[in-house]
Design a protein. Structure first.
Length: 201
């Protein structure tokens, strides 16, 4: 297993889908770095994974909406692991309300986390995977939604961010293919999930 052990970063890794993804990687013996805003919950998740599976599990508190914070967390993971093989962008925020009930801050925050958070993650992952001494290889996984293809009422903030995320991902994938870069970029579009009650909360 040591030869094939991956070094994985997961945003939104302390709860919901991100926590479940971290569990799955750790269960297979891979080292994980978890990025999320709540330091206490993040530390608890990392300790549980390390204790249960004997892997290295890093707790890296950061708000994905803050590009500098994401870069700092990525650098910490790179320094600790020596390389990054997989980066999974999961973190999201939304406002469940009709458009008429939303304010600018609701829309701004949802867009910053759900769209720009994934953009910040992609940029940080690309930088680390192309860093000096690295193989120039890796995989970036953006967790999306069926709502990035079909918008629904009461989820305008989330749908708008996910549509934007899909556009950015498609454009970046085209550039990587054109440049012959051995970094794979993929999207996993999920159905509706009740994150607060998901495994690992």
């Amino acid at each position: 297993m040591a030869r094939n052990k991956l070094k994985v970063v997961i945003t939104g890794g302390s709860a919901g889908v991100g926590r479940a993804a971290a569990e799955a990687f750790a269960q297979h013996g891979h080292d994980v770095a978890l990025i999320a805003r709540d330091p206490a919950r993040l530390e608890r998740a990392a300790n549980e994974l390390a204790g249960r599976y004997g892997v290295r599990a890093l707790a890296l508190p950061a708000d994905v909406a803050n590009a500098e914070a994401v870069d700092g967390a990525a650098e910490a993971a790179l320094q600790a692991f020596g390389r990054l093989d997989v980066w999974v962008n999961v973190a999201m925020a939304t406002a469940f309300a009709p458009v008429a009930a939303l304010n600018a801050r609701d829309i701004e925050r949802g867009t910053q986390v759900t769209y720009l958070g994934q953009v910040n993650g992609m940029l940080a992952a690309l930088r680390c995977m192309r860093a000096a001494g690295h193989s120039g290889r890796g995989t970036i996984v953006n967790v999306g939604s069926a709502l990035s293809y079909r918008a629904v009422p009461l989820q305008s903030v989330y749908c708008g961010a996910k549509f934007a995320r899909r556009g950015f991902t498609d454009a970046l994938r085209s550039e990587l293919l054109h440049d012959g870069v051995d970094i794979h970029l993929t999207m996993v579009d999920l159905p509706a999930i009740n994150t607060p009650n998901s495994t690992g909360r």
